[in-house]
Design a protein around this ligand. Structure first.
Ligand code: SF4
Length: 376
């Protein structure tokens, strides 16, 4: 088996839907600065659409300053590479694709984005996450003649951890030539995209999105001879949902009780429902004071503002959703964390008003579908 075979095997499990891509776009910025409106429904669709529309703008624009703004916005605003100088952008503008590729590892996360704006069908982004995925998959699939893609620095601790392991184990791998690895990467992407009847951008985005999950598989394999079983478990994520723990009968509510829900329990017999309680995950004890939302803040019946705990728990739930590529969650209606569409009015009077709990809102903001037990 070579890397292309391994990627064919890996990618085919994830191409039924694109819910594994959950990175949001700064839509307001691109609308205000470039007049771009994104109509796609999912984060994946919007990301592809942005790339296409920036490319079209780039092609239709003859003013080099405006072209430069397009490239810079894609690299620094969308791509998050803040410290890119105007001189570097000028260099990307001046060099032909072949010359950019010869720059090799230096700045590849930036110049590959510039290439994508030149031609999104022909070029793809290569960054630290993509590189980690490519290197880890070779080890996970026990490929004999492994080829080391450049290990790139990252601000993500998990990527750094994965990079360190790859550095430690890759001593006898063939090190890909600095000016050639990108072309090699493109050839692999094209082959895998053709095999799976998709495009190179989809394969690149999958490698990007799954970097942490792939690294996690390798980390576990190192401990107990794990053989991709967990990753196959992840691949069933269309049948996996997060669910408020209290609906599954876990005693996590503020009053130390649970609210097991018949339909939720029935669904749990058919699908994997991963229990989450954002309030406990935000560091709150059980039992704990009752809380309602007032002006967007989580206030206890004693008047204490514990919004920070609620927000911390919400972020943890989002992290789990991303880790498993979860597209849908089932949350407890009217809870100040989990409610979706309805919450108590903040006066502890039992009255209900339209609104979302803090966790529900964060998940919705990140493109995750939120259902409540009342939707089942
Ligand atoms: S935070 Fe959500 S999961 Fe936890 S008890 Fe409240 S409603 Fe249930």
């Amino acid at each position: 088996m070579n890397l292309t075979d391994a990627l064919n095997c890996y990618c085919s499990k994830y191409l039924d839907n694109r819910n594994w891509y959950q990175w949001k776009i700064q839509e307001d910025y691109f609308h205000a600065n470039f007049g771009i409106t994104l109509e796609g429904e999912t984060c994946f669709d919007k990301t592809v659409e942005l790339k296409k529309k920036l490319h079209e703008l780039w092609e239709s624009e003859s003013d080099s300053d405006k072209r430069k703004r397009i490239i810079k916005a894609y690299i620094s605003v969308w791509g998050g590479i803040k410290r890119i100088s105007n001189d570097t952008i000028d260099e990307y503008m001046a060099l032909a694709p072949k010359s950019l590729i010869r720059l090799g590892k230096k700045g590849v996360a930036s110049w590959s984005k510039a290439l994508v704006i030149h031609n999104p069908q022909q070029y793809a982004i290569f960054d630290a996450r993509v590189s980690l995925s490519l290197n880890c998959l070779q080890e996970l699939y026990s490929i004999e003649d492994k080829q080391l893609f450049p290990i790139l620095s990252s601000r993500n601790n998990k990527v750094l951890e994965g990079n360190k392991r790859i550095s430690d184990i890759s001593g006898n791998w063939e090190k890909l030539d600095n000016s050639e690895f990108y072309n090699h990467y493109l050839l692999i992407l094209k082959s895998v995209a053709d095999h799976n009847h998709t495009d190179i951008a989809t394969i690149e985005m999958l490698l990007f999105a799954k970097a942490e999950a792939i690294w996690k598989c390798l980390k576990i394999k190192g401990k107990d001879n794990y053989n991709l079983q967990a990753e196959q478990f992840h691949s069933n994520n269309h049948r996996m949902k997060l669910c408020s723990s209290c609906l599954l009968g876990l005693v996590c509510r503020y009053n130390g009780e649970s609210v097991p829900h018949e339909k939720v329990l029935r669904l749990a017999e058919e699908e994997v429902l991963i229990p989450v309680c954002p309030e406990q995950m935000g560091g709150l004890p059980t039992p704990r004071p009752a809380v309602e939302l007032k002006n967007g803040r989580a206030i206890t019946s004693d008047g204490e503002d514990i919004t920070a705990n609620f927000e911390a728990g919400a972020r943890q739930v989002l992290e789990i959703a991303r880790l498993y590529g979860i597209a849908t969650v089932i949350l407890k209606q009217r809870s100040p964390s989990c409610g979706c569409g309805q919450v108590y009015d903040g006066n502890f009077s039992g009255s209900v008003v339209p609104g979302n709990g803090i966790t529900a809102q964060l998940l919705l903001d990140n493109g995750i579908k939120v259902l409540t037990e009342e939707d089942l």
